[in-house]
Design a binder for this molecule. Structure first.
Ligand code: SF4
Ligand code: SF4
Length: 167
């Protein structure tokens, strides 16, 4: 596998799909499904250990995680526990996308708050609304988790958000 993404600092959707095929639109519409963005070969397994359905596998401890999308129940535990902030969940619902992601900054946005949407490069690509907030205290890992609603076409683009403050 080409590892240009390592020197570039972010991975493209095409490269991710090459590491582990992404779920199709039909699966994204069935319910929230976990997507790993962890292509690097590192000895790390918390996501596999915490998954209650055995959906996450890796043959060797260094392998990137793979998700059996048919076994994922969208519990978000992998998003909560991943120390590399490398797991997300995506759900297409009623013409919108809901993306669940780790969030490590303060202040934590509130439910209903508008936020700026950032792509994998950190560039602003639009605005969305926070529909779920799990505080760090409620999370099984060391990070808070947000679910953000946005335009459907941004489902596989947005992987971070920024609070907008009082502007
Ligand atoms: S969301 Fe839950 S069921 Fe799905 S892969 Fe993550 S831990 Fe497993
Ligand atoms: S816990 Fe996170 S960093 Fe570790 S293997 Fe799983 S996705 Fe990768």
């Amino acid at each position: 596998m080409s590892e240009e993404w390592m020197s570039r600092g972010y991975i493209t959707l095409e490269e991710l799909d090459g590491v582990h095929p992404l779920p199709g639109r039909e699966r994204l519409m069935e319910g929230p499904v976990a997507i790993p963005e962890c292509p690097q070969e590192i000895p790390c397994t918390p996501c596999r250990e915490i998954c209650p359905t055995g959906a996450i596998t890796m043959e060797r401890v260094n392998d990137p995680p793979r998700v059996d999308y048919s076994k994922c129940i969208g519990c978000s535990l992998c998003v909560q526990i991943c120390p590399g902030l490398a797991f997300f969940m995506v759900h297409l619902k009623e013409g919108k996308a809901r993306v669940t992601m780790p969030y490590e900054y303060l202040p934590l946005p509130r439910r209903g708050e508008r936020v700026r949407l950032l792509d994998r490069k950190g560039e602003v690509v639009g605005e969305g609304v926070v529909v779920m907030v799990m505080t760090r205290e409620r999370s099984r890992g060391d990070t808070a988790v947000l679910t953000v609603e946005m335009a459907e076409e941004l489902a596989m683009v947005v992987r971070a958000v920024e609070v907008m403050g009082d502007e």
